[in-house]
Design a protein around this ligand. Sequence first.
Ligand code: RM4
Ligand code: MN
Ligand code: MN
Length: 427
Amino acid sequence: MKIRNSDLSKFNQHYKSEHYENLGILNNQLDRKKIDSRAIVEKLQNFQVAIPSWALGAGGTRFGRFSYGGEPSNLEEKIDDVGVIHALTQSAGAISLHIPWDIPKDAIAIKEQASEHGIVFDAVNSNTFQDQSEQKHSYKYGSLCNVNKDIRDQAIAHNQEVIDYGKALDSKSMTVWLSDGSNFPGQQDFKKAFQNTQDSLQQIYQHLPDDWKLFIEYKPYEPNFYSTVIPDWGTSLMLAEGCGSQAYTLVDLGHHLPNTNIEQIVAILMMKGKLGGFHFNDSKYGDDDLTCGSIKPYQLFLIFNELVDGMENNESGNPPLAWMIDASHNIKDPLEDLIQSLEAIRIAYAQALLIDRAALLRAREESDVVRCQEIMQAAYRYDVRPLLAEARRLSGGAIDPIGFYRDKGVRKGLIKERGVNSVASGL
Ligand code: RM4
Ligand code: MN
Ligand code: MN
């Protein structure tokens, strides 16, 4: 399914007067504060977030999965779906592939198809948290950390192969998330498991092209419930440093114990030049993979405050971050869900750009705690949605993406094309 430009402009025509009215009100408020709203719109136009290939099908829990029809059943259809999101939002110009769920059969053809949608290939992701049917050894007791060298070698070879797939697509990075750990006390020697993981990652790192980056994710628990080999950012950072300058820590918002101060982690990693990538989602309890901004929008804003600060005062030379949405669930149409996530991410970004940083610096120097809070919350309480809509309109997207999606019956069209029973690969 392809979104036609003529349909988009017709649709936008309809919303234009309301949009300009809202934009005018906000611009007046910002003018009074001497904030250059055009610069913010431009930044929003340039801010692209990758969509993971596994988020385009219905997500599931271990209790069930509810399909919604018209799911993309192959990589080509997944790219078309990202194409729909990108056409409407102009902010999802990249896809992140999970191997082996989405192995490109013909890399050249896939690249061509993606570029027709204006989409590039972001980080490739390896998978040693599941066994594949043709695989010799099982990862039941771990992959890169396994006590058995043959199993570790198999997992290392898989990661190296993922890099090769990525090279063919012009990806420039690989993300490793390990489920390795233990379920019962005594099951695993913590030190040996760490050491094996470090050795394995070093071998993978050696296979990395010079212009690539390796991102190492962490997560405290699940699917292992007693210990995880890379439970936190400190361990991830140690492993990245043990690999070399092309290895970085990746922060996934859902991979923290409740109430962890994620914005502080972000600030320190960026200060050290070691934050490589970011996975967006939201959660109430654990790795819930809920729509970004649906539960804790203020936290997302506070994180963006640190991200913006880290990007603007980049003394350590932290590289540009790889942004990806890492969310998927049971009860929403994934395309609508992803559009909502993109909106929430960009709202938080725009609000963070509105923070009066000079005033905040002064208030901090004077230890004026009340003023600090006032400054932060003043930025957070702007309704910045007209700026997002304007960025979309200028780039050729929809003023109201979900409105367009529903109005044009995109899901119905996809069901007609692909059937009610098509099922996407992934979790
Ligand atoms: C993990 C982690 C990874 C994602 C898998 C599917 O919890 O977030 O980034 O690729 O899930
Ligand atoms: Mn993740
Ligand atoms: Mn996760």
